[in-house]
Design a protein around this ligand. Structure first.
Ligand code: ACO
Length: 436
């Protein structure tokens, strides 16, 4: 961290002495005021629910410029990664800091590929779930259970354990998501195939059956790979911060990632892609494009509780760069599958057009986020809506683990322990039950 040549001074109107606080500068992005000694110096905490103005760590992995609508993984723009690299190259970049050369890529791909099978016993664990369980409920359980199946890589303070658990998680997530899907439709699990690409193998485990050959469609394979790249990391979002906080206690990597999966499930975060598609289907049922105006009125009415899912973002106050790439993929997939006239895609485009011109959205700087189009792509590929967030979890696993490993390796890391402003009852005595 680079100390800035200026400092912050906090003064109080009640006569308490002012305090100086150092300021640090990142390589890009806003400077940060170091408030770590604030409580010791003033007896006061800061109050920032939702972390609107709080940097909880230093990081070298992902940078977002929300005003420009820019996303960089280790300095590389997402647009360049999505068009020139595949997901495993992106994983290497996030985990180890740089894109692999051909030899490193071969080695990394081989390490991941050789860890794609899961312990056979995990099938029996999975079979304990109801067939109609939500895939994210299953994924939270399965990922947490990995720590019971892979004891030999659970010491988060051991760099070798961290590396092997990273490879295991990246390799096994597609297998687990596909198993959760197969279980829900009552089909046999399909084992991984080492001659397929990461995305191709996932498609094969999802859609092949033992009865007939399944040929992976290269357009769909590329689209899936792009979905993985676009979701691979996103700085200190809710699930990543959950992984860091959970991991800060020294728990094992599988447990920390399971906490991330649980957090991602919420509709304000990863669950938005599922919620977005459900919203589009609801409007379609109500009458489609002709009902868009009516729906938008509800969205703008604060009392309705209706939000335009797939719109808005805590950090992006401009078009989410991932949404642009996803819209491109959406066009490609729908064309390749002969679904150019897909009514939901038309509806989404109409909603987007109206929202981008509407004062309510313009004033609040609300733009489409990645989830606005990812649901349409996944639905076209044949992925059931309930599995969307599971696929997001699959892709985000590399980001979570890179962030967790970065935190453990940071000499400044401490167990996370936020403070509070207490507004409950002051000390009181317990009365005997007859007198309460
Ligand atoms: N539809 C309608 N109004 C919205 C929307 C929306 N999608 N998003 C924000 N607003 C409004 C808010 O009501 C608020 O209005 P106000 O200032 O009049 O009170 C204003 O815009 C600011 O929004 P906040 O909710 O304060 O912004 P915050 O940063 O807390 O929330 C969030 C961001 C949760 C993403 C929000 O925009 C939202 O719920 N969007 C829909 C869900 C979604 O798409 N989530 C995916 C996020 S991306 C991801 O996880 C991959």
């Amino acid at each position: 961290m680079k100390l800035a040549d200026y400092k912050a001074t906090l003064s109080f109107s009640n006569g308490s002495p002012a305090v100086d606080m150092p300021i640090y500068q990142g390589n890009i992005g806003p400077d940060v005021i170091d408030i770590r000694k604030l409580y010791a110096q003033t007896g006061k905490f800061t109050y920032d629910p939702g972390f609107l103005s709080t940097a909880a760590c230093q990081s070298t992995i992902t940078y977002i410029d929300g005003d420009k609508g820019e996303l960089l993984y280790r300095g590389y723009p997402i647009e360049q990664l999505a068009t020139n690299c595949d997901f495993l190259e992106t994983c290497h970049l996030l985990l180890y800091g740089d894109l692999p050369d051909a030899a490193k890529k071969k080695d990394f791909t081989s390490r991941v590929t050789n860890h794609t099978m899961v312990n056979e016993q995990m099938q029996f664990f999975l079979r304990g779930f109801r067939r109609d369980a939500h895939p994210m409920a299953i994924m939270t359980g399965l990922v947490g259970a990995l720590s019971a199946f892979y004891h030999d890589s659970t010491d988060v303070h051991n760099a070798e354990h961290r590396d092997i658990s990273a490879i295991r998680l990246i390799a096994k997530m597609p297998t687990l998501v596909a198993m959760a899907y197969k279980y829900s439709v009552g089909q046999p699990f399909i084992y991984p195939k080492n001659d397929l690409s990461y995305a191709g193998n996932f498609m094969h485990m999802m859609f092949a059956t033992p009865c007939e050959e399944y040929k992976v469609n290269p357009v769909i394979e590329r689209a899936m790979d792009r979905i993985f790249i676009l979701h691979a990391d996103h700085e200190q979002n809710a699930s990543t911060s959950t992984v860091r906080l959970c991991g800060s206690s020294g728990t094992n990597p599988f447990a920390a990632i399971a906490a991330g999966v649980a957090c991602l499930w919420g509709p304000a975060h990863g669950g938005a892609n599922e919620a977005c598609l459900e919203m589009l289907e609801d409007i379609q049922r109500m009458g489609g494009v002709s009902k868009v105006g009516e729906f938008m009125e509800k969205v703008k009415d604060k009392n309705s509780g209706v939000k335009l899912m797939g719109f808005g973002h805590r950090v992006y106050k401009n078009y989410d760069p991932r949404a642009k790439l996803m819209q491109e993929t959406c066009n490609e997939v729908l064309t390749a599958l002969g679904l150019e006239n897909d009514p939901l895609f038309k509806l989404a485009k109409q909603l987007e057009k109206i929202a981008l011109e509407d004062d309510y959205f313009v004033q609040r700087k609300l733009y489409p986020n990645v989830d606005f189009y990812s649901g349409i792509v996944q639905r076209a590929i044949g992925i059931p809506v309930k599995l969307f967030t599971g696929i997001f979890a699959l892709a985000r696993t590399v980001g979570w683990i890179a962030q967790l490993n970065e935190m453990i390796g940071d000499p400044e890391y401490k167990i996370g322990r936020p403070r509070q402003l207490f507004t409950g009852s002051v000390k009181r005595d317990v009365m005997p039950i007859a007198k309460r």
